[in-house]
Ligand binder design. Sequence first.
Ligand SMILES: Nc1ncnc2c1ncn2[C@@H]1O[C@H](COP(=O)(O)OP(=O)(O)OP(=O)(O)O)[C@@H](O)[C@H]1O
Ligand SMILES: [Mg+2]
Length: 409
Amino acid sequence: MSDATPAPSPGATAAAPPSKDEEREDHKGIQLINVTKRYPGQRTPAVDDVTLTIPGGEIVVLLGPSGSGKTTMMRLINRLIEPTSGKIIVAGRDALGLDATELRRHIGYVIQNAGLFPHMTVATNVGLVPQMLKWDKERIAARVDELLELVDMDPATFRDRYPRELSGGQQQRVGVARALAADPPAMLMDEPFGAVDPITREHLQDSLLQLQEELGKTIVFVTHDIDEALKLGDRIAILDQGSRVAQYATPQEILLNPADAYVEQFIGGGQTMRLLQFSRVADVPLQQVPEAAPDDDAATVRERIEAGETTFGIVLDEARRPVRWIHLEDLDGIAGPIGTHGVTTAPPIRTRYTLQQALERLILIEHDWVPVVGPRGVYRGTVTLGTLQHAIKEMKSQTSNGERPAAGS
Ligand SMILES: Nc1ncnc2c1ncn2[C@@H]1O[C@H](COP(=O)(O)OP(=O)(O)OP(=O)(O)O)[C@@H](O)[C@H]1O
Ligand SMILES: [Mg+2]
């Protein structure tokens, strides 16, 4: 039995009724309920009684060894094959009730090993679903070019080639473009970046995340690679044979609280380094120091700093962007506003940085204290090496106390 309804995200109250937005998101989700698939002549089912909720607008990664039934799950969701038993809900409806056109419009499918039609050009491959949806020729041609650009393939060079005239990685990128063609709310991506070199792979992962930030699609992403899973997944389902769900949780929770020996073996060593790689500055409690504006009076700023725990404060501009540190000794002899006194801060660290990126910055620059900014450069707090060290220790001690982090409660 694999019951894997995701825990609510940290901060979410389970009792609150869903907002309009959440309802819409849910509508974009995909649900598998006690799904079993037994291929004819096979002793064990490829997918064995799996229950899994893929929330709308999230990237869910299926991570499991070869033969664990990942592709079978994708084909079931897309109704290329029928389940032996169980139910699949797509777009809030039983997938069995959706006709092929509705389903193709709703779900883009990036097939393992690209799966391009060899006798069709790149452009024809990419334009398949729009063609099926009976878009006119010009609209399809424009969309094909737009998508090829999106996956970094020059349309003039590639649109008239055949798949055999492309490298493996180029074929996979065409596969991604094809799945995106009709702008479906959901995407199934079966090892889409398997055949590309590490640099292109990282580039494609980054573009997927950027695209996801803009489009908020529901994505089911299959991989063998734990690092890829941790980087891309809002949630990760770690699968055993028969797609048994060994653990279904956020990357952080999987790193901090592996459910069993099987999951531990998947994660491997280097847990602390991985935490640094996959936790974000936004997840860490920042240190607050007294704040000041250039117009503030030196005497007032001095009082504020003396009431605090540091011997300095931070000067913010009118948009609350950090500009300078101001130390008590900088205030000596100033009457009236502090103006441009103080020392310029190091370039800020952003809340979306990983802790590893923040650590690299802190090690390389001269300053001990670095301001942290959120969107539009707005000041959020400060970090030091000590802040990060403390945050990592906290995360790890939560685990050794046997407490589950917020997402698991
Ligand atoms: N058409 C089929 N007929 C019979 N058995 C099949 C068929 N397709 C897949 N299988 C079997 O079902 C199991 C799951 O296969 P599936 O392709 O879903 O695995 P996977 O997790 O995607 O593996 P990989 O990581 O190698 O792509 C395997 O044991 C496979 O041999
Ligand atoms: Mg597969």
